[in-house]
Design a protein around this ligand. Structure first.
Ligand SMILES: [Zn+2]
Length: 335
């Protein structure tokens, strides 16, 4: 399947941090077709091993996406919420959300008072002040529906084509990376032993990468994630990466310079569109913990540019996604 087809399948699956099962099942299904060995660990990380060379390479892409959890239930049957990861309040206002319990989907909305009734001050409410309306009229009714404190909530999924090459959807951070990794696993035929790892709980502290890198104990690693692409309202100097300009190859103190250089050379050789992403400090991705695993792991970071990150309308350019998978395959083939 192509990267885009994987993305389309992955985009509609739920997967709040700690609740990645739906994505894990999909990833396992794909990896089982092409890998020699597939498994899941106690935290939920999915591993697929392909190849039999002495060099061990770990490819990591996180499966979770930001979301919410039920923090409380009001007497009137509204849900109080807490963010799972970096959820901006502005992105929650007037959104549709979904809750999955007991094999069924419960729909909800996060409404705010209309302008006619709201006071003069136009301050944005805090996340903790927002309530989810699931159509219940009492706490008992909520409980009967199977919703309880701790139940995860996600933005209502969609997959919306924008023009010829772009898509707006929920959780492109990091389903774009997972899609590229699956495409790589399907195409890889090289000599090294590659561990394709779909990690859990990146958005709440890079948890799955930490434990899976310890287990794999790789010689080097390639992390595939999303990064900010230029968007209206943001200075270009703050966000140098652009949508449609190709895979973003990370450079900076956390990233191995030889692997970054090799990546640039491969991109030039194979005429894959790329751009350089400066990461002057922490990358905020699984990279940050993989590189300090055991005695240290040389790590490269490829990112898919994403606009409006952590909102329900994250935008990607499908050509960047293809470039990411193409360079990933070239990277693995080079060992
Ligand atoms: Zn991410």
């Amino acid at each position: 399947m192509s990267t885009e087809q994987h993305l389309k399948e992955l985009a509609v699956l739920n997967g709040c941090p700690g609740h990645e099962d739906e994505v894990a099942e999909y990833v396992e299904g794909v990896l089982r077709e092409v890998c020699d060995d597939v498994g899941r660990d106690v935290l939920g990380n999915v591993f697929g091993v392909k190849g039999e060379g002495d060099t061990r390479i770990m490819v990591a892409a996180h499966m979770d996406r930001i979301g919410l959890m039920v923090k409380g239930i009001t007497d009137e049957g509204y849900l109080r919420i807490a963010p799972l990861g970096g959820v901006p309040a502005v992105s929650l206002v007037s959104q549709r959300v979904v809750i999955h319990v007991k094999g069924k989907t419960i729909h909800g909305v996060i409404g705010v008072p209309p302008p006619h009734l709201s006071k003069k001050e136009k301050k944005l409410p805090e996340v903790k002040a927002l309530l989810v309306d699931i159509g219940a009229t009492s706490r008992d009714e909520v409980v009967e529906m199977g919703v309880e404190v701790g139940t995860p909530i996600g933005y209502a999924p969609h997959f919306t084509h924008l023009g010829e090459n772009r898509v707006a959807a929920v959780g492109m951070d990091n389903r774009a990376g997972v899609a590229a990794m699956l495409d790589m696993a399907e195409r890889y035929e090289g000599r090294a032993t590659v561990y394709f790892v779909a990690t859990v709980q990146e958005e709440v502290g890079l948890i799955g990468a930490r434990t899976s890198a310890f287990r794999v104990d790789p010689d080097c690693a390639l992390v595939i994630d999303a990064t900010h692409g230029t968007m209206p309202g943001v200075e270009e100097q703050d966000v140098p990466v652009k949508l449609g300009e190709g895979v973003a190859i990370g450079v900076g103190p956390f990233l191995n310079p030889a692997l970054a250089r090799k990546s640039v050379e491969l991109a030039r050789e194979r005429e894959i569109k790329y751009q350089i992403e400066p990461n002057p400090s922490r990358t905020g991705t699984d990279t940050d913990v993989i590189l300090t695993t055991r005695t240290g792991v040389a790590t490269a970071l490829y990112s898919v540019p994403v606009r409006y990150m952590h909102s329900p309308v994250e935008v990607v350019d499908l050509r960047d996604l293809r470039a990411t998978a193409d360079l990933g395959v070239a990277f693995l083939d080079s060992f």
